[in-house]
Design a protein around this ligand. Structure first.
Ligand code: TTP
Ligand code: MG
Length: 403
């Protein structure tokens, strides 16, 4: 019998905002933007939900339902950062991790009781670590299949932990409304209701042919799920083919010292990701976008596969200087990425000088504890004059989001 965890952060965007500004705690908070604008709610705090406010609802409507709600623009770069840390924690419990979006993931923990003890205790341990390291709460569901694990984590929200005993998925799901199953939206709910099916238990009892006629292959799947037959595997994502960061400047620029600082900063972020993946890169790609929006990439193959900031930066900087010499246009965006990976294991003797690698790894260790700005290379120091710093990291105008 499999043991699958589903973990989903509670009111994710709002929870991160509350870490940054604790005065938001306990209040109805909505991330999405200007309540008079045309946007929709991305995330509503649990205090806002009793007013009927849900993700996807127009902000104007949310403001009408709860005029005292606090509306925030949202800071996606922070959410991405927290998400990476969250997935890192989960990944330390099982290599079989399947992230879904930024704030949820499945873990296949089958057979790991022998290593960790009772799985409910493991879930409590994960919850405590997430809370301690990220300041946010996560809800956990444990079941024999992915569907019941997801429904279980939802059932306990917020800050919940629901364990369905081995083989108990169908019994756990039976009393719940059919639309608690993932993927059942208003139209499927209406069609099920027309067939007299309101609960998952009724769905389990319905003749499979009836469901197939009404919903095709989706009906077959629903029938299996409702009966606790769910063997879809936890699928870790394919490893990335490249790792990159880019940023758009608040003002187009030709300032070479600033461009070098920025490139070095982006390189160090890329290098840290590369080292975390345990890869060496053979190719460095520099991307520039001029003020007129023309964009191009240039690549350089390294003499030896490398993972040090120094090696990546040297290649990127040479490419940048070459392009700046060719044109006098202002630069709008700069990006650097690495690719064509080889595994670090089995690369012995390493051709790259060991010292820059050791330095980079020591810096990674310090930064993972105390933030990026806790230790800086001289080249990135000018960024201090340009960007505000928050919790040990620079706030660029555009987040370093691209992978
Ligand atoms: P969810 O996990 O669906 O929601 P949530 O974390 O806000 O709340 P819950 O406690 O119920 O899990 O989505 C995660 C984040 O994804 C959410 O904080 C904001 C974002 N999101 C959107 O931007 N638009 C949407 O329509 C939804 C559903 C989510
Ligand atoms: Mg969530």
């Amino acid at each position: 019998m499999r043991r699958i965890f589903h973990l989903d952060l509670d009111a994710f965007f709002v929870s991160v905002e509350r870490v940054l500004d604790p005065s938001l705690c306990g209040k109805p908070v909505i991330v999405g933007g200007d309540p008079q604008g045309r946007g929709v709610v991305a995330c509503a705090s649990y205090e806002a939900r009793p007013y009927g406010i849900r993700a996807g609802m127009p902000l104007k409507q949310a403001a009408r339902l709860c005029p005292r709600a606090i509306f925030l623009q949202g800071r996606f770069d922070h959410y991405v950062e927290v998400s990476r840390h969250f997935m890192g924690i989960l990944g330390s419990y099982s290599p079989l991790i399947q992230p879904l979006g930024l704030d949820e993931a499945y873990l296949d923990m089958t057979g790991s009781e022998a290593l960790y003890g009772p799985l409910a205790g493991v879930a409590r341990d994960i919850k405590a670590r997430v809370r301690r390291e990220l300041g946010v709460t996560v809800s956990a569901g444990i079941a024999s299949g992915k569907v019941a694990a997801k429904v279980a984590s939802d059932a306990g929200k917020p800050d919940g932990l629901v364990e369905v005993p081995p083989g108990g998925d169908a019994a756990f799901l039976a009393p719940l409304p059919a639309d608690d199953l993932p993927g059942i939206g208003p139209s499927t709910t209406a069609a099920l209701k027309a067939l007299g099916i309101l609960t998952v238990g009724q769905l389990a009892q319905a003749p499979p042919l009836l469901l197939r006629r009404a919903f095709g292959a989706w009906g077959d799947l629903l029938h299996c799920w409702a009966n606790g037959q769910d063997d879809s595997p936890v699928l870790p994502p394919a490893p990335p083919k490249s790792i990159g960061r880019s940023t758009t400047f608040a003002k187009d620029t030709r300032d070479r010292a600033f461009l070098r600082s920025m490139l070095r900063y982006l390189t160090e972020r890329v290098g840290a990701d590369l080292r975390k993946e345990g890869k060496l890169a053979r190719v460095v790609v520099l991307t520039l976008r001029w003020a007129d929006f023309t964009t191009f990439s240039r690549h350089q193959t390294l003499k030896a596969p490398a993972d040090s900031d120094e090696a990546i930066y040297r290649a990127g900087e040479a490419l940048m200087q070459r392009e700046l010499a060719k044109s006098s246009k202002l630069v709008r965006l700069i990006g650097i990425s690495v690719g064509n990976f080889v595994d670090r294991r089995g690369q012995f003797p390493l051709l790259e000088d060991e010292r820059p690698r050791r330095l980079a790894r020591a810096m990674d260790g310090i930064r993972s504890k105390y933030g990026y700005t806790a230790i800086q290379s001289g080249l990135t120091l000018p960024l201090r004059d340009t960007f505000p710093e928050e919790r040990g990291r620079y706030l660029l105008k555009t987040a370093c989001l691209s992978r």
